[in-house]
Design a protein around this ligand. Structure first.
Ligand code: PHE
Ligand code: ZN
Length: 882
């Protein structure tokens, strides 16, 4: 925390480091009162002039500093606010620092801290500087040797990166170990763990014949929950060999689960540290969505070993270099493990709801930002998910083979280096011969482009014309935008199915077997595409597979949407058409409600949904996705600035849902019964699909008719897994009255109160329940013995759940919802600034909310006026108020 206004850091100010650290030796003496860290940094000056060395350091107590074993006199160095300045160093020397830290008091969960009785670290992005003085920047890569000593009883397990060299008892009650990581790495990939942990072990033989020991370390209470992550890890390792040609490079790979963690997980070299919610699984405590998330995150962190660790980022402006690429890789993995279309639909749905809102808000930034105040604020959906979309577009433009060649070239050319997004794009260009010059704008321009399409059909000449134009709204600091390169995947739907496509002036390509699918390249403000030989007026199937992260405007009428929804070749377009149809119907009901007109819900929608439900040949998971109405936050985002009326949105959506539930009651009941299963729980694609559809049937039934709450209750009581149990409980909690849910909620807590991950789901459900008692309930739960403001998972579940998933109560007209959130943020500002700042997201969207803007802004102003605002909160609050 600083008292001066935090400064801005600019990409254009980047300078290569003046010193290198070839080798880093660290010694940790872990203790209950304090921990002593001694470093030996093998420094080499990289520039000709004798410049002072500026090491980063925060919250450190310096005990001793020496150069080449000579203790430095006090005038030879200077302690500054955020580091240590040393003058007149030899060109090459060993600098040693001894510092004292207090991990047990570190509530920021950055640097070395304690989770329960275990010591652990989190160094990305700039946490290493809270451990010792260092050049804490990703372009300084060093070979680490780490020794740890600690009490042998309390901390029998002592881990760090790389290989275990030696272990020995010390003469008292302590023991000592030494680890060595042969791969040079930046400090943000350093990790240390010490605790009384147990582990499961397995092994993996790489394609090259190396046997790798795989271990997952957990607290003893969690030993029964590791098998799924281990299985996911082995599948990830095989997949990365087969699809990307990437082999693991050490003899050991460890995962450690910790309950207190700011993010999902961290890819530290050979010692991944996971939020326990992203690694521990058991059918009793984990939902199907939880299993899929664990599979994806285990894969994501493992894939970082190449995309992130072997090839890392030059500076934090390049964060998407590793994150966007790795999210693309884990999405491909999940697609190959399960249903590609369902995975795509889930990702797009999240992107359009949350990333588009970020792109339209005060924190909008390009995939490669140009400035930041606090880098922790830039672990965003834009860097991760939009970054992955940008990589996906390169994949689409280059094609599978060229993309793989580009990836191979990138890894071989830059192995062991800290590089930039530009280096990635250049490798893709060099391997494919393709010019991505204009495409690079995706990295530098923020905002979501709008792709506007109109069409015309000429029956005389059998020509069909698409007129395509693009524009992109202004974002902070970027008033004008240049045209993007937008791959527009498309087809044309005729009476009997998708039509063959012949672009005017182009030879028909008889080589490709699929001539009903094309990727049009939109790279100008306006463009026209003419198709010859079109014998009937088609319905255009646009942006297939969501081929670019844009908002598509095309004026579909409802019957066209129904046709696409039931007959198009592209699964994504079928889902998207269902969404668009539902959006039209819900919007119409909103208008009826606000004008006081009679509410008439277009039966076309329920009719289409009945058809989907009746077709048992369809993938149940896809049907469940198509039946899911657009969420309330998506509807608010669609309404536009100053136009979102949360109560109206909630009422209109509920009315439409109820109407569907009534119209489809018989088929919903029939499918609900038919999809029941007596098989033992498996997180298999098949079973997950069946449960997903069955539970969405239950959701509609319970919403439409109180008589069906009995089904929910029976399911809650008899469920053999958490997915079904929670779905039953949720239906009671969302659609029942207090006497329907009070007892089940209490019983649920009694049954699962020893499983902290289940208690979190219990907190989250109660935070999201739309009944009028939500605010008081949340205040009450904040006093519950199982709530803890210092545990990010609990804060996310209860406070994040309330602000993010309970729009009607968060946006109460008396402003109490906003006040609750701001009060929590004010307290968290000093406890855990990263979490405080993340919680701000719902308030930053104040411009959208009709009639609430002043109250929301008022809370932001109240926060802005707090003394000792962390840079994290300061940046988001001030940018939101600009
Ligand atoms: N690098 C981690 C990932 O994406 C995320 C992370 C960032 C974790 C910062 C902790 C702190 O896999
Ligand atoms: Zn990542």
């Amino acid at each position: 925390m600083r008292d001066a206004t935090p400064g801005t850091i600019y990409l254009e100010d980047y300078q290569a480091p003046p010193y290198l650290i070839n080798r880093t030796e660290l010694h940790f003496e872990l203790g209950e009162e304090d921990t002593i860290v001694t470093s030996r940094l093998h420094l080499l000056r990289a520039v000709a002039e004798d410049v002072p060395l500026q090491l980063h350091g925060q919250e450190l107590e310096l005990l001793q500093v020496s150069v080449d074993n000579e203790e430095l006199a006090e005038e030879a160095y200077q302690l500054t606010d955020d580091g240590l300045l040393i003058h007149q160093l030899p060109e090459q020397c060993v600098l040693s620092c001894k510092t004292r830290i207090r991990p047990q008091d570190n509530t920021s969960l950055e640097g070395l801290y304690k989770s329960h009785r275990m010591f652990c670290t989190q160094c990305e992005a700039e946490g290493f500087r809270k451990i010792t003085y260092y050049l804490d920047r990703p372009d300084v890569m060093s070979v680490f040797t780490v020794s740890i000593e600690a009490d042998a009883k309390r901390y029998p397990v002592l881990l760090s990166n790389g290989n275990l060299l030696e272990t020995k008892p010390l003469d008292n009650t302590r023991h000592w170990v030494q680890w060595h990581d042969p791969f040079p790495k930046p400090a943000y990939l350093f990790a240390l763990v010490a605790g009384d942990l147990e582990h499961i072990e397995d092994s993996f033989r790489t394609a090259g014949g190396r046997d790798v020991t795989l271990r997952i370390y957990v607290e003893p209470k969690d030993m029964g929950k590791c098998d799924y992550a281990m299985d996911a890890l082995k599948r990830s390792m095989r997949w990365d060999e087969e699809v990307f040609g990437r082999e693991y490079d050490l003899d050991i790979f460890n995962i450690v689960a910790v309950d207190d963690f700011n993010m999902g997980a961290m890819e530290n070299k050979s010692l991944n540290i996971f939020n326990s919610s992203c690694v521990l699984a058991h059918p009793d405590i984990t939902t199907d969505a939880g299993y899929q998330r664990i599979e994806a995150i285990v894969a994501h962190e493992y894939f970082h070993n190449w995309s992130g660790n072997r090839v890392t980022c030059r500076d934090w402006f390049q964060l998407s270099l590793k994150e966007g690429f790795t999210v693309f890789r884990d999405a491909e993995f999940s697609s190959d493990m399960g249903s590609r279309t369902v995975k795509r639909v889930e990702d797009v749905s999240m992107l359009r709801t949350a990333q588009f809102a970020e792109d339209a808000g005060p924190m909008a930034h390009p995939v490669r930002p140009e400035s930041y105040i606090e880098i922790n604020n830039f672990y965003t959906l834009t860097i991760y998910e939009k970054g992955a979309e940008v990589v996906r577009m390169i994949h689409t433009l280059l094609g599978e083979e060229n993309f793989r060649a580009g990836s191979d070239l990138y890894f071989s050319r830059h192995d062991g280096q800290a590089v930039t997004c530009e280096d990635f794009v250049r490798a893709m260009e060099d391997a494919s011969g393709m010019d991505l010059g204009q495409f690079r704008r995706w990295y530098s321009q923020a905002g979501t482009p709008i792709l506007s399409v109109t069409d015309s059909y000429d029956a005389e000449s059998n020509t069909y014309t698409l007129d395509v134009s693009q524009r992109c709204p202004a974002t902070p600091g970027q008033a004008q935008k240049q045209p993007f390169v937008i791959p527009l995947a498309m087809g044309l739907l005729g009476d009997a199915g998708n039509l063959p496509l012949t672009l005017a002036g182009q030879e028909t390509d008889h080589e490709t077997e699929d001539n009903t699918h094309k990727v049009l390249i939109v790279d100008q403000e306006r463009q026209q595409f003419v198709f010859d030989d079109v014998r009937e007026r088609p319905v255009p199937s646009l942006l297939r597979g969501f081929s670019a992260p844009v908002r598509l405007e095309y004026d579909y009428d409802r019957s066209a949407l129904c046709q696409l929804m039931s007959r198009d070749d592209d699964g994504f377009v079928r889902w998207d058409s269902a969404q668009a149809l539902a959006l039209q119907v819900i919007t119409e009901v909103q208008q009826q409600l606000s004008s006081g007109a009679a509410v008439v819900i277009d039966p076309l929608l329920s009719g289409a949904f009945v058809q989907l439900l009746e077709d048992t040949s369809l993938d149940p998971a896809m049907v469940a996705e198509m039946l899911a109405l657009p969420g309330e936050s998506y509807l608010a985002e669609q309404a536009g600035e100053g136009a979102a009326d949360v109560d109206l949105i909630h009422r209109a959506r509920a009315a439409v849902k109820q109407a569907i539930g009534e119209a489809a009651e018989q088929v919903l009941l029939a499918r609900y019964q038919a999809l029941s299963s007596v098989d033992a729980y498996q997180p298999s694609g098949d079973q997950i699909a069946r449960r997903a559809l069955r539970n969405s049937c239950l959701d509609y039934l319970a919403c439409a008719n109180g008589a069906h709450l009995g089904l929910a209750h029976a399911q809650f009581l008899s469920a053999g897994n958490m997915t079904d149990r929670l779905a039953g409980l949720r239906a009671l909690a969302f659609y029942g009255a207090a006497n329907d849910w009070a007892q089940p909620l209490a019983d649920f807590y009694q049954d699962w109160r020893h499983e902290t991950l289940v208690v979190n789901q219990w907190l989250q459900l109660q935070a999201a329940m739309p009944d009028g008692g939500a605010l008081d309930r949340v205040r009450g739960l904040m006093e519950h013995p199982d709530f803890d403001l210092r545990n990010p998972n609990k804060v996310r579940a209860l406070i994040g759940g309330f602000a993010g998933q309970n729009p009607v109560n968060f946006h109460r007209t008396d402003g109490e919802g906003y006040r609750l959130l701001a009060d929590v943020i004010a307290r968290l500002n000093s406890i855990n600034p990263q979490i405080a700042s993340r919680l701000l997201a719902p308030l930053t969207k104040w411009r959208y909310y009709a009639g609430r803007q002043d109250m929301m802004r008022g809370e932001l102003q109240r926060l802005a006026a707090l003394p000792e605002l962390s840079p994290d909160v300061y940046e988001v609050v001030t940018k939101s108020l600009q």
